[in-house]
Write a protein that binds this ligand. Structure first.
Ligand SMILES: [Zn+2]
Length: 469
């Protein structure tokens, strides 16, 4: 019994030393059962090690971002200059910052006083969920309240979801953060996403094949057309459209977007924030936009038949329209548009190309290991990878937070419409007819595209299977 008390005392001292004025547990915790004490001591030792590791990682990350020229952003986030939490927890704040600058955003989940990192849409980094360490509930609540004030939310409202934006302006550079709250049964959950204003990906950075890149360049240059990027949430659809917008010469071409939310502020174009509450829907916004006769229109997402109808019609009347749809692949996109009740001839004539996509994590360059497949990898009768193929196996190191992955890249299935497909659409064909045609033409499926990236050593079999199920 005495030994355990001793351990508990050590635990308390260690925790106090590790975290400055704030201790991991309070006095009440010290009266918990003896087994808990032993576990906690172990936990604290681990945490100390993690802090050291993470501080190292922050330094490495700062170096890396400095090379990328994003240093101002990172400093802004690391410093949290406007937050003024007065917690005297530099280490703790820095750890959140590590998450933030890692592109995952800072995510607070008050459940059990645990802060967790969850994936966000920032495509340059992997979106895996990494649990951060426990933080006491009262501090979590303070942080949530403070951020709500900064994001101009109603601080007293805890039962309804809210969203807002906050801006940090350290060293003259503005960093935008989008904040949203969600009332969970355990308390309010807060998510912050960093809007990296100057890091829109170029078409070259998306992960497209050379030929696909050429095709997209050629399509975007046309005066009219309709491009749909499809995939589930977090598949990088918006990044793709933003990258395509970079190909447009905005000095000569009038570009307007309708988004919800505006994820990145782009230079030289007009961006509109749709707002259903005020009646500024995609459909009504799109009608208003069309009265101003822009050349290129980006509609954040097609959610209903009305928007789809107006957008497709717009492309037939001399506009270039880009949008996203929550469908899993190119064939499903066509079928969905037909199912929405839009005249097949409109779809057939308007559509230029469909880009189905997913994001896969990139195997960490510092720790990836190659090994040979011991047997053929098949999907039904399709041979995905033959026995003996060299594939990457994730291992994990300090630089990739032991996940084996660092960064993300896109895999794509691209369908450019031609007369044969247009005829199928006009004939209201079933998805089987499209799939047979795609197979005949050997259009690379998402999975095939993924496995090509596996054999190139970029990602792993597991990743491709995970995102293409
Ligand atoms: Zn690694």
């Amino acid at each position: 019994m005495r030994a355990y008390r001793y351990i508990a005392l050590v635990a308390f001292i260690v925790s106090t030393r590790c975290f400055g004025q704030w201790a991991v547990f309070d006095v009440a915790n010290l009266q918990q059962s003896v087994t808990n004490y032993a576990a906690m001591v172990e936990q604290i030792a681990k945490e100390g090690e993690q802090i050291a590791n993470q501080v190292r990682q922050i330094q490495q990350m700062e170096d890396r971002l400095k090379r990328m020229g994003n240093m101002a952003d990172v400093k802004a986030v690391v410093g949290f200059p406007n937050l003024k939490l007065d917690l005297n927890l530099p280490t703790r704040i820095r750890l959140w910052a590590a998450q933030a600058a890692n592109g995952r955003g800072i995510f607070g989940d008050t459940r059990g006083g645990v802060f967790t990192a969850i994936p966000d849409q920032f495509p340059d980094f992997d979106g895996a969920m990494v649990e951060q360490r426990a933080i006491s509930l009262d501090i979590a609540l303070q942080v949530v309240s403070r951020i709500k004030v900064l994001a101009r939310m109603d601080i007293a409202e805890k039962r309804l979801p809210q969203d807002g934006q906050l801006m940090l302006e350290p060293s003259g550079q503005t960093v935008h953060l989008r904040a949203s709250t969600f009332p969970s049964s355990q308390g309010e959950k807060l998510v912050l996403r960093i809007l990296f204003g100057d890091s829109v990906l170029s078409v070259e950075q998306l992960g497209l094949e050379e030929s696909a890149m050429r095709m997209m360049r050629e399509i975007v240059r046309r005066p009219q057309g309709f491009v749909v990027a499809c995939g589930p949430t977090g598949a990088g659809k918006t990044s793709t459209l933003y990258a395509l917008l970079q190909l447009v010469d905005t000095r000569r071409v009038n570009v307007v977007t309708l988004e919800d939310p505006i994820e990145v502020e782009l230079y030289g174009i007009t961006q509109g924030q749709a707002n259903v509450r005020t009646g500024f829907t995609f459909a009504s916004g799109l009608r208003a936009v069309l009265r101003q006769d822009p050349d290129v229109i980006l509609v954040g997402e097609i959610r209903d038949a009305e928007t789809a109808g107006i957008a497709l019609q717009a492309s037939l009347t001399g506009h270039f329209v880009m949008t996203t749809l929550h469908t899993s692949d190119t064939v499903e996109t066509i079928v969905r548009l037909v199912d929405l009740g839009i005249e097949p001839w409109i779809i057939a004539n308007a559509l230029s190309a469909i880009v189905a996509q997913r994001l896969v994590r990139v195997a960490c360059e510092d720790c990836r290991e190659l090994h040979e497949l011991e047997s053929d990898l098949r999907n039904g009768d399709e041979l995905l990878l033959p026995k003996g193929s060299k594939v990457v196996r994730p291992r994990g190191c300090v630089r990739c937070q032991r996940t084996g992955y660092r960064g993300r890249t896109g895999i794509f299935e691209i369908l450019e419409l031609d007369d044969e497909i247009r005829d199928l659409i006009k004939a209201k064909s079933t998805s089987r007819a499209y799939r047979e045609l795609l197979k005949e033409r050997q259009v690379r499926s998402l999975r095939r595209a993924g496995f090509d990236k596996v054999t190139a050593g970029i990602t792993t079999v597991e990743e491709v299977v995970r995102v293409t199920v």
